[in-house]
Design a binder for this molecule. Structure first.
Ligand code: PEP
Length: 253
């Protein structure tokens, strides 16, 4: 059975006290409303990982990084390695987010190296893919996503790829208030799963959770998550409000 997962991407938001308050508000909401069998992963800014993972460990959810280095260790000023994160109990990392691709020039090759680093150190990559608006308008979205998925993941063997989570995040939907329709999300998720089936077989593809991301909120999550191939969400803006985030966590039927 595939895991249902809701991950929150806080991006570069909140100063320390506000971040800690938000963590405790999420804990309160979860205590009151529960979370069923949904796995929860919160990805705060790196400087708050320690504070967050201490709170998460006591309250049954997980914490992930938003990024990690493609290098093992050494003279890479400003970087944080997968082994450092793993040694602090950080279990997941978002990788290949469109903002990293756009503002920090991350290529599929660099992202593939980051995926390898995460897996080498026992972490779960949350690998993001998705087309920009012009690519969808030109009907190139399937080609774009096929290339992204194959270049970052298809060098992996069956066992390694089974450790990954994939997030389909159409770039035109991220932070815009424009959500992919339920049908568009299902269509792309089924396509990604078919790529995985073609490469690794059905046993593997049926085990990999594929999350939807892009203006997913407490109002539209249930419709998106009702789709057969949508196994949850990667949530940006709505993850910054505890009540909205926990409502999304509880949006599975
Ligand atoms: C994201 O940044 O991964 C994201 C999905 O953002 P938002 O929910 O704000 O569109």
């Amino acid at each position: 059975m595939r895991k249902k997962i809701v991950a929150g991407n806080w991006k570069m938001n909140k100063e320390f006290q506000d971040a800690e308050d938000l963590m405790f508000e999420i804990v309160d909401e979860l205590t009151e409303k529960g979370s069923g069998d949904t796995e929860i992963i919160i990805c705060p800014p790196a400087v708050y990982l320690e504070m967050s993972s201490d709170i998460a460990a006591e309250n049954g959810f997980m914490v992930g990084a938003q990024n990690l280095s493609q290098f093992d260790s050494g003279a890479y000023t400003g970087e944080i390695s997968a082994s450092m994160l793993h040694s602090m109990g950080i279990t997941h990392s978002i990788l290949g987010h469109s903002e990293r691709r756009t503002y920090f020039g991350e290529t599929d090759k660099v992202i593939a190296d980051k995926v390898d680093q995460a897996l080498k150190h026992g972490m779960t990559p949350i690998y993001c893919c998705g087309e920009v608006l012009a690519e969808r308008q030109a009907e190139r979205h399937f080609d774009v996503v096929r290339n992204q998925v194959s270049e970052a993941l298809f060098h992996l063997g069956k066992e390694a790829v089974s450790q990954c989570i994939i997030a389909y995040e159409p770039v035109w939907a991220i932070g815009t208030g424009v959500t992919a329709s339920s049908a568009q999300a299902q269509e792309m998720h089924a396509f990604i799963r078919s790529l995985l089936t073609e490469k690794y077989g059905m046993e593997v593809s049926e085990e990999i959770s594929i999350l939807y991301g892009g203006s997913c909120n407490a109002k539209n999550a249930a419709e998106l998550f009702a789709n057969k191939d949508v196994d949850g969400g990667l949530i940006g803006g709505a993850a910054l409000k505890a009540a909205d985030f926990v409502a999304i966590v509880n949006s599975f039927q």
